[in-house]
Design a protein around this ligand. Sequence first.
Ligand code: SF4
Length: 259
Amino acid sequence: MNGFLFEQIIFGPVRSRRLGISLGVNLLPSNIKHCTFNCLYCECGWTKPKSKQCLTFPSREDIKKALEQKLLVMRNKNAMLDTITFAGNGEPTLHQEFSGIMDDAIALRNTHYSKARVAVLSNASLAGEKSIAGALMKADQNILKLDAGTNETFQKINNPRIKISLQKVLENLKQFKGQMIIQSLFVRGTYRGVAFDNTTDAELDAWLKHIDMLRPKLVMIYPIARATPTEDVEKVPMEDLQKIAAKVEALGIATEVYP
Ligand code: SF4
């Protein structure tokens, strides 16, 4: 599967199940997925090996220009906007100028849509770098991925393209001292004859311990919503997701469950 990829820097606005009316900003090269992970459920498709990619990132200046133009058009039409969201064709923190781009987006938001939030969806794999952690902290919604309780399941489901363990991801997350939203996608299936499932009792117990240690502001719990690169993937029913949410709420941590 080629996946759902964006051709342009700005996409939307779209009505997002998690972010309301969301204007997307794609910092990655157009029409190519680029990520430090290769999640089995990724709606952008598979991450191709670096050597097979010709990667041209949009410049900070072009991103700023494209975002400002779009915000002006929207404002002239009195269009609603809840969130400016850094997402797109992969991991946004891979852009070398991520921190400066965040500054530009916040300044533009303040000028044109002061009530809108700035959100980043990141897998936190690069947040061990101080500059990236600092840039993520600038977002109103610093939304970071944690799908697994054990390293075995992390390696299977998130399938990283860089050498990284779940322990390292947890260390990266810990430095935000709770100033983050955790996003967790629950999924089960089989890939190349190997089963994966982050909803087993053992996985959930381990994941809950991490959540309790991290104490995020909110945990977003959701299933797959679009086509996945591998076919044998099961959408976890709402009922199961609500049971997981109840366990998080019992820790005194807020949750939102999305269909
Ligand atoms: S971290 Fe996000 S963009 Fe990267 S492979 Fe996973 S789902 Fe796709």
